[in-house]
Design a protein around this ligand. Structure first.
Ligand code: ZN
Length: 199
């Protein structure tokens, strides 16, 4: 019997993985619907009826004294349409990766040793150390800009400071103890492609 159920939000974005107990109780309470391979959704009663007809089910069945019900593999929340707020941590490594190891001024690609974190608004002018004001810059651009605003240094930002987007399926797949089920793949892929295209 498989323990894990993929949870989608209302827009069918994969957001979470939960236990089958939790998944069934969400469906029972009508906070979520079971999603099948054809993207059809079922409430608890429909799913219980359908379970009578299913002979084989990859995730198995739960037996109660009066009925048995198939363990869903994917459920969709009925009301929740946000993506989880798993913020990308503000670390040097994540900043480098966010800007793809490029200098945001000249656009060149550098190794991490050749890159600096650069305050667009200098710290001496109250510039903050956060996603909105930090970019990556090569040594040369960093020196050239110095303690000035980009306009003052006559330098243009090719890449503007930005906050990384939520990493979608990456955060679902990476956890090593979780096995990605075949039935999840289409939803996880959907998130993956959407995430890529928005960048
Ligand atoms: Zn540069």
């Amino acid at each position: 019997m498989s323990a894990d159920v993929l949870v989608l939000n209302r827009n069918f974005y994969a957001i979470h993985i939960t236990s089958w107990q939790r998944a069934l109780s969400l469906v029972y309470l009508d906070h979520a619907r079971v999603v099948d391979e054809e993207y059809r959704t079922y409430d608890f009663e429909d799913w219980r009826e359908l379970s009578k007809l299913i002979q084989q089910h990859p995730a198995g069945f739960v037996h109660t004294p009066t009925f048995r019900i198939a363990i869903p593999e994917v459920i969709a929340l009925r009301f929740y349409d946000k993506l989880p707020e798993t913020e990308v941590k503000f670390t040097r490594r994540n900043i480098y990766e966010h800007y793809r190891y490029r200098c945001c001024y000249c656009g060149g690609r550098f190794s991490s040793q050749e890159l600096n974190l650069e305050h667009v608004i200098p710290r001496s002018r109250g510039g903050r150390t956060d996603w909105a004001n930090i970019v990556t810059a090569c040594m040369a651009c960093n020196l050239k800009k110095g303690d000035r605003l980009p306009e003052e240094a006559r330098m243009q930002l090719l890449l503007k400071p930005s906050k990384p987007r939520w990493r979608g399926s990456a955060s679902l797949i990476v956890r090593p103890h979780i096995k990605v089920r075949a039935s999840w793949q289409r939803f996880v892929d959907t998130v993956y492609w959407n995430t890529e295209l928005e960048e």
